[in-house]
Design a protein around this ligand. Structure first.
Ligand SMILES: [Ca+2]
Ligand SMILES: [Ca+2]
Ligand SMILES: [Ca+2]
Ligand SMILES: [Ca+2]
Length: 477
């Protein structure tokens, strides 16, 4: 059950990306609850960018970095990802391709990027290589302008695991790594062709990262994947993953906690949280080529605020099963994941449309949380600004909401994307990718998403063709 990026052959010229961003005019659809923020086209690049990660630098909050997949095979590009760096809060971006192969400090990057800044301004990046059977961790100490690989986490030595060339290629041995850094720790988790594997390193300052410790396995996570990792207020570490019983129908979310973090104890037993009815490859109309998984995500409150110590879990669930009516839910735990609150639905629409690929982020300056997701609520197939083609529920916008009361409730939903996208029209093969990006700091959420609406007028492929990467600065209402 791999959600790897599948190469698609696209024959077209690779144009240099323009850097200037043009703010969008807010859309005026009737369902917009709060003013849509100005949209910025980060990539402004021919062909497809998708599956994006973003991080705001707590040591310099105007510094925001995003990394995304790009289509390989285009103009001789056999490896690489797109990086965007902003130093003005996301208004303007400098973009470049990274991980282009031999001689590149990031090697031959395939895809699946994950970013995290820590309090010192260290920026950690993990991703997949095209060929190597290990998970790289790269570090930037200059706000994302340059990276170097500081570790290659190998599964070698894990009990019962194969090694050698049979794990290479599309069905590689490692998949969808995620990294997080905070509180003097950096942790990377990944699916290891079986269980979830994790490794952590101590961080004592800018550029001061100790070697990553031995790889440990989260018990009971065989074939559990596509999850997230978070660090708690005392340095404990939680991973979540989706155990998918079938491609379409079944999915269960589990968590495991390493209660002493970098200390010698390993991850504890798996804890069942919820059934999702979202399989590992659950096809929905707006994601018809790639499908979705539940995309469980974590955010842990390390502040001293009213909900200190609370950990939040976001995920997608489908009710009824195989109805394609997916929704976004958040639960929380005040006892390190042992027990969880009832599910609170985040999306406030009254349609039977899809909401998918959620991301959660906690503002470390307030303890408030933000959630972003793709949303088809405005596509009733009857024309208008939410429908590109007269078919229901196959177009999507990007939406979000906040909670300022510890996840007890969420604000009215905000249409964040000014335009409406159709992923199949992109020819991307993986639609919008397997996840979206979100980083919330200082009262402003910074989502990144894949968009082919051309709402800003500067996608070089125009509207309803290849995807660009968009962002917006979204304040708490
Ligand atoms: Ca430990
Ligand atoms: Ca729904
Ligand atoms: Ca439609
Ligand atoms: Ca593009």
């Amino acid at each position: 059950m791999y959600r790897l990026w599948f190469p698609i052959l696209v024959v077209a010229a690779l144009a240099a990306a323009a850097l200037a961003a043009i703010p969008a005019t807010a859309a005026t659809g009737s369902r917009i609850a709060v003013t849509t923020p100005a949209n910025v086209d980060i990539s402004q690049r021919h062909l497809n960018e998708s599956e994006e990660t973003v991080a705001v630098n707590p040591a310099d909050p105007g510094n925001i970095v995003t990394v995304t997949n790009v289509g390989h095979g285009e103009a001789g590009l056999s490896a690489g990802m797109l990086e965007g760096v902003s130093f003005d809060g996301g208004k303007t971006w400098a973009t470049k391709l990274i991980g282009l192969g031999a001689g590149d400090p990031l090697g031959d990057a395939c895809c699946d990027p994950s970013l995290s800044f820590d309090q010192y301004g260290n920026l950690f990046l993990t991703y997949l290589y095209e060929t190597e059977d290990q998970v790289p961790v790269a570090l930037s100490t200059d706000g994302g302008l340059s990276f170097h690989v500081i570790a290659n986490i190998s599964k070698a030595g894990l009990p019962g695991k194969r090694s050698g060339g049979d794990n290479r290629g599309l069905f590689r041995f490692v998949d969808q790594p995620t990294i997080t850094a905070a509180r003097g720790e950096a942790w990377v988790v990944f699916n290891a062709g079986g269980p979830i594997a994790a490794a952590g390193a101590r961080v004592s300052g800018l550029g001061q990262v100790s070697p990553f410790g031995p790889v440990e396995v989260a018990p009971g996570t065989n074939n559990c994947t596509y999850g997230d990792v978070a660090i708690g207020p005392s340095g404990q570490v939680m991973q979540t993953c989706n155990l998918t019983e079938s491609g379409q129908g079944g999915g269960k979310i589990f968590v495991n906690v390493d209660s002493d973090g970098l200390g010698p104890a390993g991850f504890g037993r798996r804890i069942f949280v919820t059934q999702t009815h979202v399989g590992g490859f659950d096809f929905i109309p707006p994601q018809p080529d790639r499908s979705i998984d539940a995309e469980a995500g974590l955010a842990w409150d390390r502040t001293t605020g009213p909900h200190a110590g609370r950990v939040y879990l976001v995920y997608t669930a489908e009710h009824p099963n195989e109805s394609n009516n997916t929704d976004i839910y958040v639960r929380h735990s005040d006892d390190n994941g042992a027990t969880w609150s009832p599910a609170i639905r985040v999306n406030d629409d009254t349609t039977a449309s899809t909401q998918f690929l959620p991301k959660i982020s906690l503002d470390p300056t307030t303890g408030n949380i933000a959630v972003g997701w793709y949303d088809s609520r405005n596509d009733l197939g009857t024309g208008g600004p939410g429908d590109t083609d007269g078919l229901p529920d196959d177009d999507a916008q990007f939406w979000g909401a906040f909670s300022t009361n510890g996840g007890a409730s969420f604000t009215r939903n905000i249409q964040i994307s000014a335009g409406t996208s159709n992923s199949h029209d992109s020819g991307n093969g993986i639609d919008y990718g397997d996840y979206s990006g979100l980083s919330f700091y200082g009262g402003t959420a910074h989502p990144v998403w894949s968009d082919n609406s051309d709402s800003t007028g500067n996608n070089p492929d125009g509207a309803l063709h290849q995807l660009d990467i968009y962002t917006a600065a979204v304040p708490v209402p």
